[in-house]
Design a protein around this ligand. Sequence first.
Ligand code: HEC
Length: 169
Amino acid sequence: MNIQAHNRHAHPRSSDFQPHRRRMMFFIGATWFAVSSALAPALTHAADQAEPLALRSIMQDMKRDMQTITGAIAEEDWKTIVELAPKVATHPEPPLGEKMRVMAYLGTDAAKFKGFDAQTHQAAQALETAAKQADGLGAIAAFAKVQSSCLACHQNFRSSFVSHFYEQK
Ligand code: HEC
């Protein structure tokens, strides 16, 4: 016997309700999405308590530029690297107030922190020079140095920054 026909028979009205129910579900889903997206920042903020440092968005920009540079190396697109390497080398600084908070927090470690920043700066300049000369291997070596300088600072400072500036004590 035909099971589908039997089921339809057992629930004669379900197919009549289907379109309406789908529209209803969609409406509820869309409303929930709108409400939760509107609330999400507030909730995250409440959980975090701390405004992100300007430093964080500077870091995100550097990450993006470094990703673009990786792609550009793969395509031997030296022009893009000549444009972006200086952005990594001379990334913006946080506003004065934040800089003072950071320096106060770092105390005697400030010189070490600045040293890592200087390494990033120098390596990114070397990357720019290599890209200007279309020196692929030189660019790759300089790129590795830039990443190593990012890593060195992160290994030394990132988790303590995050716990100091974001986590409640
Ligand atoms: C002088 C130290 C230092 C150097 C050099 C440095 N960073 Fe950072 N970076 C930090 C600190 C401190 C944080 C944590 C900031 C925060 O969470 O507010 C961080 C966080 C980040 C984050 C995480 C951002 C997020 O959304 O949580 C990224 C991505 C990042 N850095 C990328 C880079 C890249 C790419 C480089 C190298 C081109 C680099 N950083 C060089 C200190 C440094």
